[in-house]
Design a protein. Structure first.
Length: 345
């Protein structure tokens, strides 16, 4: 492999950092980031923590010439290794470490610099602190498989070719899926130690999902379990959630609501939009094992920030796409401010 370095001045914007990664991949290579330990710099009264680094790409020997010419044609200054050293904010280095595959997604808007589109990868996304549904409607219009779960009575999706679903079918779910759902239901109601008993309830025969005889404990926990299994939206019916579906969960108790969310995340393969402030840590294991989740919370939802790698929110007149990237032993936030496509004239 051959190394090609670029001037630090060529990496000032997220656009050029992203293009560098695309070029590296295009020529069957990768990114070079050679950085020092953290350094403390004072500029007048402002203290910054930076790294001294050299940035470039490596490519096969026979592709070096073409890669260099492409870099230069796109505005990069190619330099030798000795001239590549510069001081970089840690967020810039962290952004260079993100694989380009994790930055490609649906166009959201134009970056405030005006030089590139801001893209939203459909991974684990938290939308918070806003009552503006245009973002969700824009995304829903661009995706074929969407399950919209709503606890606020926002029924606009039903005017956008969504089908109203009053039950989530579990009859075709695998035992692994039902075991995970049982763990969540147990955690939300009578205690996780009863997950095996709840699995038996989900896989048992008969039309009713729950009868009083199946409840081994009494009191408030037993009533919570009834809310989930007898009065919720879970069903032993066979079939799968597919296409564009809308599920109204606003009348459910918090345990039933969160159990329905867990069931949808486990059984629906497309994008799941959850419009709810309800939350419980029992869902984390499910969330961490899949992508295509947009959770909409009206409050700042600080308890959720570390559990969703991407966040979208408004800041004054602009929107922000924020990403938390683990860099060494701590997280750095990478932010892109943009003008939404749905607001552009």
């Amino acid at each position: 492999m051959q190394e090609i370095y670029v001037s630090p001045n060529s990496l000032k914007t997220s656009y050029y950092r992203r293009v560098l990664k695309i070029i590296a991949k295009m020529f069957e290579g990768g990114i070079i980031i050679d950085y020092t330990p953290r350094m403390r710099l004072r500029d007048k009264d402002v203290v910054r923590y930076v790294r001294q680094a050299k940035v470039g790409i490596y490519v096969p020997r026979d592709k070096r010439k073409d890669a260099e010419e492409t870099l230069k044609a796109l505005g990069f200054e190619v330099v030798n290794k000795d001239l590549a050293t510069g001081y970089f904010d840690e967020s810039i280095i962290a952004s260079l470490l993100i694989p380009i595959e994790d930055e490609i997604g649906i166009p959201l808007g134009i970056d405030l610099s005006g030089d590139h589109l801001v893209m939203l990868p459909l991974k684990r996304i938290l939308v918070y602190g806003i009552n503006d549904y245009r973002l969700l409607m824009y995304l829903a219009n661009n995706i074929e498989e969407v399950c919209w779960m709503d606890s606020r009575g926002f029924r606009k999706p039903l005017e956008m070719n969504f089908n109203y679903i009053d039950k989530i079918p579990l009859g075709s779910a695998t035992r692994r899926i039902l075991s995970e759902l049982s763990r969540v239901i147990a955690s939300l109601t009578i205690g996780e130690r009863f997950s095996t008993e709840i699995l038996s309830m989900l896989t048992g025969g008969g039309e009713e999902l729950l009868s009083d005889e199946e409840i081994a404990v009494g009191g408030r926990e037993a009533e919570a379990l009834r809310e989930v299994l007898a009065r919720g939206v879970l069903s032993r019916e066979r079939g799968k959630l597919r296409g564009r579906v809308y599920i109204d969960i606003q009348q459910l108790s918090p345990p039933a609501m969160l159990s329905a969310i867990a069931a949808a995340l486990l059984t629906f393969s497309g994008l799941v939009i959850i419009n709810s402030d309800a939350w419980n840590r029992a869902l984390i294991q499910i969330i961490n094992h899949r992508e295509g989740i947009i959770w909409v919370s009206r409050n700042p939802a600080m308890q959720l920030l570390r559990d969703f790698e991407l966040r979208v929110y408004k800041e004054g007149d602009y929107w922000v796409l924020s990403r938390l990237v683990k860099f060494e032993n701590y997280y750095r936030e990478i932010r892109e401010r943009f003008i939404p496509l749905w607001e552009s004239k």
